[in-house]
Design a protein around this ligand. Sequence first.
Ligand SMILES: [Mg+2]
Length: 168
Amino acid sequence: MSLLEPRDVIDHVTDITPGFLGTRGLSGLLIDLDNTLVPYGSYSDAEAAGIIRWARDLQQLGTGLYLLSNATGKRAAYWLERLEFNGVGLAGKPNPRAYRRALRTLGLAPRQVGMVGDQLFTDVLGGNLAGLHTILVRPLQGNALPHTRAARRLERLVLRRYGHDWRT
Ligand SMILES: [Mg+2]
């Protein structure tokens, strides 16, 4: 399997239900922040209400959650206060070091944990390097940064090779 190939491709993070986790044998999730849980750069608590409820429900059923974000520590801290689970900013994805630290915090083995994120070259690559079950989610919104647009074009090319028609 290629290091850039996600194991699952989903439309929205709330597609991850207890049943979804159960059939894949997953007990925990590492979750990206920007464009996965909330729109890029968003500080809107109202927009995040559904996500916060989703996370709380999964945790009540025993799923370990951990925020793995490359955003600034300050931005990650803002959302960690609201999300009610552990995590870090400045994670340095795709470097697998932060993934391994997250696994230690959750007390789970790589095969028991999913990595959910919207970017192939950070979230999925790092997750595959760390031996996790990778789940690519459709980005919540377009991102105008030129390097992100370039990455999106490459992602579309790679995903087409794997048989996913990915429009963002
Ligand atoms: Mg992201």
